[in-house]
Ligand binder design. Structure first.
Ligand code: FAD
Ligand code: EPU
Length: 340
């Protein structure tokens, strides 16, 4: 297929915040060969390049004076298996939830708790997506990526990706340096379900189910998500706008003295995860709306666009929230969403 290039192209339908900005050039690429060819003969060298997946973790604050490259590569392949495990490789442009469903239907376990996270497979390592007690790093095996300057293709092991809570090398040292082409996961043929997250455990207790399959976990996760999180097609958003906040036991206990109801979740590294949603809610922001920019009424971590909010209006609201959390709790919230 011929490379699709568009000029002065609206990104409104390509970001889940529904922000109406234009890119100078828009290029859609359908296979790895085209991606390599484009990088080696880039007619727009010198202009900024932005790689776009599903646009579900991006806030555009202005028109993009460069090239937006949308990765549309498809394909899911079983590359190796033994008695216990199966190695499944998915192309970057596969929709993440389609990939989860493919694996769950085949009873390959490990990513069922990550059902219904919007976006594409290629973006999943960028912030090491996570939900309901699982992160993608738990089943990540390796990825292939192409260097945007040299066109060289490199395999990255798990250790090389430095996958942490909502973070990876691709948000730090290698930011903007590589296009992820595919990701390979090591999944289990004898899945053990993970119901460590309170909301999932409660769901199964309510239904009285004892022996749980990964299909039931996937369905429970979808039920919980539909109940709590706004669907971008109905109310535009990019999921949690801020990250949760990790503090030491000592700091947590000090906060607990002042705020006895503060929820804290003990983590494996003997520190505590604070629910940033709670901090924001305590500052009175939950359900607030300023013009078309707002804080979701059921989830204070999720900022929403009720219609025609500009990216800068969402950002202004985010900064106001940050300031009030800092003032009340002396805590500096960190943004999860990529601001462009
Ligand atoms: P995009 O938004 O298109 O891009 C995100 C970043 O990755 C950008 O910096 C982009 O340049 C880069 N990028 C994208 N593709 C590539 C590639 N192939 N190569 C190199 N760089 C690339 N996240 C969670 O972790 N857990 C959740 O539970 C969760 N829930 C969400 C719920 C809702 C309703 C929404 C809207 C979002 C949620 N998110 C969640 C955030 C988002 O879905 C994830 O971050 C997702 O991985 C983003 O994928 P994307 O394809 O849309 O990436
Ligand atoms: N809470 C409030 N007010 C709210 C919402 C939540 O006080 O409005 C408190 C409650 O105490 C609740 C706790 O926060 O028990 C946790 O809430 P929830 O289970 O909804 O999860 P979260 O910590 O707010 C994180 C992720 C989500 C992920 C869920 C489920 C981050 C930044 N967010 O949210 O990821 O889906 O856990 O695992 O880590 C995303 O990254 O975009 C995202 C949606």
């Amino acid at each position: 297929m011929v490379m699709q290039v568009k000029e002065k192209y609206s990104l409104k339908h390509l970001n889940t915040f529904g922000i109406d900005v234009m890119t100078k050039y828009f290029v859609g690429l359908d296979n790895d060969r085209e991606i390599k060819k484009f990088l080696l003969n880039n007619p727009y060298k010198g202009l900024p390049l932005l790689i776009l997946g599903g646009g579900s973790n991006i806030l555009f604050t202005k028109d993009f004076d460069g090239v937006v490259l949308k990765v549309n590569t498809k394909g899911i392949e079983i590359i190796a298996e033994d008695f216990e495990n199966v190695f499944v490789k998915a192309k970057a442009g596969e929709v993440w939830n389609d990939f989860v469903n493919f694996c769950v239907e085949k009873n390959y376990g490990g990513i069922e708790n990550l059902a219904m996270i919007p976006g594409c497979v290629g973006a999943s390592p960028i912030q090491n997506i996570g939900a309901y007690g699982v992160e993608m790093k738990d089943t990540f095996h390796q990825l292939e990526a192409i260097n945007i300057h040299s066109g060289e293709i490199k395999k990255f092991t798990k250790a090389e990706c430095t996958l942490e809570y909502r973070d990876s090398i691709f948000k730090n040292e290698l930011k903007g340096q590589y296009i992820i082409l595919s990701v390979t996961f090591k999944l289990s043929k004898n899945p053990v379900v993970n119901i460590s997250y309170g909301a999932i455990r409660k769901d199964f207790e309510l239904m009285g189910i004892k022996s749980i399959t990964i299909q039931e976990i996937r369905d429970a996760v979808c039920r919980i998500r539909l109940n709590k999180l706004p669907i971008p097609d109905e109310i535009a958003n990019a999921g949690s706008f801020f990250k949760n906040y990790y503090i030491s036991k000592k700091k947590f206990e000090t906060l607990k003295n002042s705020y006895p109801d503060i929820p804290g979740f003990k983590t494996e590294h003997s520190c505590y995860k604070l629910a940033s949603a709670w901090l924001i809610e305590q500052c009175g922001w939950k359900g607030k709306r300023i013009g078309d920019a707002g804080v979701h009424e059921k989830q204070a971590l999720v900022l929403v666009n009720y219609g025609s909010a500009k990216g800068n209006e969402i950002l202004k609201l985010a900064n106001q929230i940050k300031n009030s959390v800092k003032e009340k709790f002396c805590i500096e919230l960190e943004t999860e969403v990529n601001i462009i």
